[in-house]
Design a protein. Structure first.
Lengths: 320, 315
C-alpha cells in the first residue's frame, strides 16, 4: 500500500487536472500521473467521497464517466493545483537553467521563456547550479544540425581505448549529455552497431548529402545506469593503488575497493581493451601493483622493458 | 483530502473542535487524545507537502486558536506555456538521474498538468541530458543552502586521508563535469572553498538558525568550482619521438618537426605543450616504446623512473 505522501498530492492535483480537460480518456490520465488505470479508479472513487462540510449530494466532488472518459461536474472549490514545493521548483528550475546555458542543446529562446514563466509561478531556486557540457564543443553545432535535418555524418573519431583515430560514416540518433559530457548516439555503419561518440573526441565532422537512416535494429542505449555498465565480455584487473594513484578509483568505475595500509587501496576494475589497461598501469609506474591477471602484469613488464631499451638507443646528443 | 477542502473553503480560522465534528474520519476518534494525535499527524503531513496551513487567533473565541488555508497562498498562479516551452520543461524534468530530484521534477510536472499545461513527456527528443545526483549528502546540502543554514560535515581532502570536520556557510551546490561540489565560506579557514560532495564521509548536519547564511551578491558559483577544478594550463614544451601510427592522443596536440627512425621503427619528432611533468610523465610512460622523450632531460628521467618501476614490479 502506498503512503499518504504519494497519494495525497496526486488526489489534490487530480481535480484541477480533470477540470482543465473535460472528457479526458482515463488511460491518458493514468499515463500523465504515472499510475495504472486500477490505481486511478481507486483514486477517483475516493474523490467521490470528498467534498465540503455538509457532505450532502451537492457538497461532494462529482465526476461523470462516459465510455472511457471522465469529467468533473463539481469541484468543491479545488480549482487550482497546489504551488510547487521548494524541492519541485528547484528540480525544474535548475534543470531548465542548465539547458538554457548549454548552447545548441535546445532552442535557447524557448528554454529562457519557459524558465521565466516557471520562475514567475514557482519562485527562483538559487544555490544549485548544473554545468552540462562545459566546453564549447566544436562538433556540437554540426551534430545538432544533422539531428534536426536527419542527415548522415562522416566523422573522424579518436578512440582512447585503442589510442587510434578512425573515419566513420554514422547515422545520428540522439544527442546525450551525461555526467557533464556530450555524446552523439549514432548507428556506426562501419561497426554495424549503435555507438556513443564523445563530442570532444570527434576531430572532424562533415555533414553528408544523404539522409540518416539508422536500421530498425538500432535501439537507443539505456543510460539509466550510467554509461559504463558491466559487460559480460570484460576482463577484470585487481590493482593495488598507492595514495598518489588513488584518483584512479574516483575517475574510473571500480567494482570493489578495499582499504589497505598507509592510504593504499586494492580495487577490482573492469576493462575491455587490454591496451588501454596496459597504458594506465604503465603510466602509474611505482604507484600501482598488478595483482591479477598475470597476463596483464606480464604485458606491462614487457612494454616497460621495450620502452627502456628504446630510450637507451637514443644517441647521447639526442637524449640531451 | 477533506481536511484540505474544508480549510480551503473557509475564510475564517476554524477551531480544532469544529474540524473534529465536521471532517469525516475524525468523528471516529475514540478519545480527545486519539483525535489530537490524528490531527497533529495530518497537519504535519500537509505542511510537508507544502500546503500553507495557517494558525491564527479566533476573535471572541475562548479556546483561542484555529486553522485555515489561504487560497492565495495555496494555488499555483496562472501559467501558460507555448508548445516549444512545454517541450523544454518536459526535457528538463527528465534531466535528473536521482530518485529524489527526479521525483520532485515529476511532482512539478503533475502540478503543471493540473494547471492545464500540456506537457508531453513521450515526445521523442533527439536530445537527452542526464545528470546523476546520487550522493547521499546532496539532499541535506541543498536543503541547507535553501534554508540559509550553516553545515558541518566530515570531508576527506584526498581519498586516502582521514576525514576532517568542516564548518561551512554553504552558498550553493554545483554539478560540474559530472561531479557535485558544495561551495561556500569555510569558517575554520576563513576563506571561500569548494568541497567535492562524494568525498563527504559522514552525515551533513545543519547547525544554527535558518537565514544565517547570506550568499555574497554577484558570486558566480560555477566559476568558483571551474576555477578550482580546472587542470593547470599547458606549462611545458617537450620534444618527443612518436612511432608512426601510434600515440594519437598526444599527436592531437603535437606539431611534427622531423622524421626519425629509432630501433628500425619509423616515427616523427614532435613538440607538444603539456601540463606538469607528473601528468606528462604518466601519459608518456603509458605509451611504452611508442613514445620516447628527447627533451627535457628532467622529463626523460621521470618517464624512465616510471618504466623501471613497471618493469621491475613483476619479476
Amino acid at each position: 500500500m502506498e503512503g499518504v505522501t504519494q497519494r495525497l498530492p496526486r488526489l489534490l492535483a487530480l481535480v484541477p487536472y480533470l477540470l482543465a480537460r473535460p472528457g479526458v480518456p482515463i488511460e491518458e490520465v493514468a499515463a500523465d500521473f504515472s499510475i495504472t488505470v486500477p490505481v486511478l479508479r481507486r483514486d477517483l472513487e475516493l474523490l467521490w467521497m470528498c467534498g465540503l462540510p455538509g457532505y450532502g449530494p451537492g457538497d461532494l466532488i462529482d465526476l461523470s464517466f462516459e465510455g472511457d472518459t471522465v469529467t468533473v461536474t463539481f469541484d468543491a472549490g479545488m480549482r487550482r493545483p497546489l504551488r510547487l514545493s521548494g524541492a519541485e521548483a528547484t528540480a525544474l528550475v535548475v534543470a531548465l537553467r542548465a539547458l538554457a546555458e548549454t548552447p545548441g542543446v535546445l532552442d535557447a529562446g524557448s528554454v529562457r521563456r519557459a524558465l521565466a514563466k516557471i520562475e514567475a509561478a514557482a519562485g527562483q531556486a538559487d544555490g544549485v547550479v548544473v554545468g552540462l557540457a562545459t566546453r564549447e564543443e566544436a562538433a556540437l553545432t554540426a551534430v545538432r544540425d544533422a539531428l534536426d535535418h536527419r542527415r548522415a555524418l562522416r566523422i573522424r573519431y579518436y578512440t582512447p581505448a585503442r589510442d587510434t583515430v578512425s573515419d566513420r560514416t554514422v547515422d545520428p540518433m540522439r544527442l546525450l549529455l551525461v555526467e557533464g559530457r556530450g555524446y552523439l548516439e549514432a548507428w556506426c555503419r562501419w561497426a554495424e552497431e549503435v555507438r556513443l561518440f564523445r563530442l570532444d573526441r570527434i576531430e572532424h565532422v562533415t555533414t553528408l548529402d544523404e539522409p540518416a537512416l539508422p536500421p530498425p535494429q538500432a535501439r537507443p542505449t539505456d543510460v539509466s545506469d550510467g554509461l559504463f555498465r558491466a559487460q559480460p565480455d570484460q576482463q577484470i584487473a585487481v590493482l593495488t593503488l598507492a595514495p598518489d594513484s588513488r584518483w584512479v578509483a574516483e575517475y574510473y568505475p571500480v567494482d570493489e575497493l578495499i582499504e589497505g595500509k598507509g592510504g593504499a587501496a586494492t580495487v577490482r576494475m573492469r576493462y575491455s581493451e587490454t591496451g588501454w589497461m596496459v597504458r594506465l598501469v604503465l603510466g602509474l609506474g611505482a604507484d600501482v601493483v598488478v595483482r591479477e591477471p598475470p597476463e596483464l602484469a606480464a604485458a606491462v613488464a614487457q612494454r616497460a622493458r621495450a620502452a627502456l631499451r628504446r630510450s637507451d638507443h637514443l644517441a647521447p646528443s639526442e637524449a640531451g | 483530502m477533506n481536511l484540505v477542502l474544508c480549510l480551503l473553503s473557509s475564510r475564517q480560522y476554524l477551531p480544532a473542535e469544529r474540524i473534529r465534528r465536521t471532517v469525516p474520519g475524525y468523528a471516529d476518534a475514540a478519545s480527545d487524545e486519539a483525535f489530537f494525535r490524528m490531527f497533529e499527524r495530518d497537519k504535519a503531513e500537509l505542511r510537508e507537502l507544502g500546503v500553507p496551513l495557517e494558525t491564527g487567533r479566533i476573535p471572541g473565541f475562548e479556546a483561542g486558536e484555529g486553522y485555515r488555508i489561504a487560497r492565495r497562498d495555496y494555488e499555483l498562479p496562472d501559467i501558460d506555456l507555448e508548445a516549444d516551452e512545454a517541450a523544454a520543461v518536459a526535457l528538463a524534468a527528465r534531466l535528473w538521474d536521482s530518485s529524489q530530484l527526479a521525483g520532485a521534477a515529476h511532482g512539478a510536472l503533475v502540478k503543471l498538468r493540473a494547471a492545464g499545461v500540456e506537457v508531453d513527456t513521450e515526445l521523442s527528443a533527439v536530445v537527452q541530458p542526464r545528470v546523476r545526483a546520487t550522493e547521499p549528502a546532496l539532499t541535506p546540502l541543498i536543503s541547507a543552502v535553501q534554508a540559509g543554514q550553516v553545515v558541518t560535515f566530515p570531508h576527506r581532502r584526498h581519498p586516502a586521508e582521514q576525514p576532517i570536520g568542516r564548518t561551512l556557510e554553504p552558498w550553493g551546490v554545483v554539478s560540474w563535469r559530472g561531479r557535485w561540489y558544495v561551495v561556500g565560506h569555510d569558517r575554520d579557514r576563513d576563506a571561500t572553498r569548494c568541497f567535492r560532495v562524494s568525498r563527504i564521509a559522514g552525515p551533513v548536519r545543519a547547525i544554527g538558525a535558518p537565514g544565517a547564511v547570506q550568499r555574497p551578491p554577484g558570486v558566480d558559483l560555477l566559476k568558483i568550482v571551474a576555477g578550482s577544478a580546472e587542470p593547470p594550463a599547458a606549462a611545458h614544451t617537450v620534444r618527443l619521438w612518436l612511432a608512426d601510427g601510434r600515440a594519437y592522443g598526444l599527436r592531437q596536440r603535437a606539431t611534427v618537426l622531423a622524421r626519425m627512425t629509432l630501433e628500425d621503427v619509423a616515427g616523427d619528432v614532435v613538440t607538444v605543450e603539456l601540463p606538469g611533468y607528473d601528468v606528462a610523465a604518466r601519459w608518456i610512460a603509458g605509451l611504452g616504446p611508442d613514445a620516447v622523450v628527447l627533451e627535457p632531460a628532467e622529463l626523460a628521467t621521470a618517464v624512465r623512473a616510471r618504466l623501471s618501476a613497471a618493469a621491475g614490479s613483476v619479476g
